[in-house]
Design a protein around this ligand. Structure first.
Ligand SMILES: Cc1ncc(COP(=O)(O)O)c(C=O)c1O
Length: 560
């Protein structure tokens, strides 16, 4: 009896013990998996989407007085006065030279929220007020020609903005392609739903270029990415998308989980780029549907788009190592393949810019899907997703109601398809093939030339490049690097609203055009230096600058 009783008591106790052990083991496994995931995040704020959103909500606004604007780095009075004089001269030049363009921009901005946003984020916000009052060059243009654009005041400027990367072949080529496409589509006109015959040719050409079986047309790069991720989730029956820290894939919520998106992206993991810990996570987790790669990150892994509004010091760094990035992609592809994860190359930006066959050809690694956009539209808006047949299928033969839906009113618009066809046909001309001959050597040589001239001029500026995509870095700690964009504009060089963070050149720049850009760039940097902005206290480091800004922030928070 006793024995029986003991057995009766012991059994549930043993079961409970075993259960508790199993629960503890499962919890430990889960805990380990979470820890592994945490470790695979980049240690920067950009690597922690939720935290970065929380921190963004805590930072108060503060603005420098006219006095402080010129002394934010503790410069002595004579240097501050030098800066003031330079600023006044630049302000007078802007007010005279860009008068009409700035006036229309100011008027339109009242009803155009995009202009208000870009206008507000050209420089670190503490400096923004005085800059906006004095250095507006405006955002309107009247014409383009060769590698130049002309504003409403008739100023002809070298275009270093590249229309967000769309402008690969030069403005005149896109004008021709749009006209050709429109002529081709004219008879059908804007009929949607059924296709213009040119669509079939586009499909054949894009299949050949991408090496994929099928494709879908969309209206923007953002939508092409949305569809890629949706299909990956549908076919893998997994929930999560992995993006790399700093990478841009459009403005859809799931691929923009941090600052800029008011709601958390609960099904997105933002992991460190080029990291062993990331590979471990990919090799072990079973809920990852796909990994998105924007190969532009090879220029600045784990950092976001290098905008001058974040240029609070000189810690912005960049540098492209093709072999290292290719090796990383190779290992990433192997890991994804071994674990049933769909690898998506987002070539919306770099597609056709690095090589005819995009980053797959350039880095020698084949993804499962690839997205294109920007330049592929021949100057008109577009997004394209190419993929293997089994991933592109939107329904299941054995479960007819379980579909993966995608539409878009303007997909395959005849005029867009016509311009795209003109672009794709141009690639197959002698002129198109010539675009890629010695491409990297040419642009690496131009970057080296620029750096040699900058070094010879003794200015603390250097460039890094991924082929024709460039970014500017600053070689000594300073709070005023963002001023360079205004000196560059005064020399007739047009940048986008992110300033010196990203320069994009069209491939029709001749050596002579480029020599002119270099000369103007160096002249601008020397003028900025002569006006005292790069006065440097040898004791100051980037870390100390950031500490100083943090102190200002606390003071602003306490209302002082
Ligand atoms: C890599 C990448 N993916 C997606 C997008 C979004 O494309 P779109 O602006 O056409 O929506 C961009 C835009 O810059 C991009 O660079």
């Amino acid at each position: 009896m006793e024995a029986n009783l003991t057995a009766v008591v012991a059994q549930p106790a043993a079961l409970w013990g075993a259960g508790a052990l199993a629960v503890a083991a499962a919890a430990a496994t889960k805990g380990r998996a979470r820890l592994m995931l945490s470790r695979a995040k980049h240690r920067s704020l950009a690597g922690h989407a939720r935290m970065s959103r929380r921190v963004a909500g805590l930072i108060p606004a503060w603005s420098y007085s006219d006095q402080r604007f010129f002394r934010a780095d503790g410069a002595p009075d004579d240097v501050a006065r030098q800066r003031e004089a330079g600023f006044a001269r630049l302000s007078a030049l802007y007010k005279q030279r860009f008068a009409r363009t700035a006036a229309m921009t100011k008027e339109a901005a009242q009803g155009l929220s995009d202009l208000q946003f870009t206008g507000a984020y050209r420089v670190p916000f503490q400096f923004s007020r005085l800059v906006r009052e004095n250095l507006s060059a405006g955002s309107f243009l009247q014409s383009s020609d060769g590698v130049t654009i002309t504003d409403l005041d008739g100023n002809r400027l070298y275009d270093c903005a590249g229309s967000y990367g769309v402008n690969l072949m030069g403005f005149d080529a896109y004008k021709r392609m749009i006209a050709e496409g429109a002529a081709q589509a004219a008879e059908l006109g804007p009929v949607l739903g059924a296709y213009h015959p040119v669509v079939a040719d586009n499909v054949a050409r894009l299949k050949a270029i991408s090496g994929m079986d099928e494709l879908s047309f969309h209206m923007s790069g953002t939508e092409a990415v949305m569809q890629a991720v949706r299909l990956a989730r549908y076919h893998t029956k997994r929930s999560h998308v992995v993006r790399f820290c700093g990478a841009y894939h459009g403005w859809w919520g799931d691929v923009q989980p941090g600052v800029g998106n008011p709601t958390p992206a609960d099904y997105t993991y933002t992991l460190a780029d080029m990291s062993e810990k990331t590979l471990k996570v990919l090799a072990t987790r079973k809920n990852i549907a796909c990994v998105l790669v924007n190969p532009l990150q090879a220029l600045h892994p784990n950092s976001g788009a290098p905008s001058d509004s974040a240029l609070v010091d000189s810690s912005r760094k960049a540098g492209f190592d093709k072999a290292a990035y290719a090796e990383w992609l190779k290992r990433l592809a192997e890991t994804c393949r071994a674990n049933g994860i769909v690898l998506i190359f987002d070539d919306v930006f770099v597609g056709f810019r690095l090589a005819r066959g995009g980053s797959a050809e350039y880095f020698g690694v084949q993804p499962d899907m690839v997205t294109y956009g920007k330049t592929l539209g021949g100057g008109l808006p577009v997004g394209v997703l190419c993929g293997r047949a089994e991933l592109m299928k939107r329904y299941r033969d054995d479960k007819p109601v379980d579909i993966c839906f995608a539409r878009g009113t303007f997909n395959s618009h005849p005029y867009v398809m016509g311009a795209m066809n003109a672009f794709l046909r141009t690639l197959d001309t002698d002129e198109g093939r010539a675009l890629y001959e010695g491409l990297d050597e040419r642009w690496n040589g131009r970057a080296a030339l620029m750096n040699a001239k900058l070094a010879a001029a003794g200015v603390p500026v250097a460039v890094s490049n991924l082929s024709s995509i460039w970014t500017v870095s600053y070689t000594q700690p300073s709070r005023y690097n963002w001023m360079l964009q205004y000196y560059l504009r005064a020399e007739g060089l047009a940048l986008s609203w992110v300033g010196t963070g990203r320069l994009i050149f069209s491939l029709n720049y001749t050596d002579a055009d480029f020599a002119e850009v270099v000369e103007r760039f160096v002249r601008a940097a020397k003028a900025m230096q002569a006006d005292g902005w790069w006065w440097h206290n040898p004791g100051i480091t980037n870390k100390l600058i950031r500490r100083g800004i943090l102190k200002e922030m606390w003071a602003a928070k306490r209302g002082r």
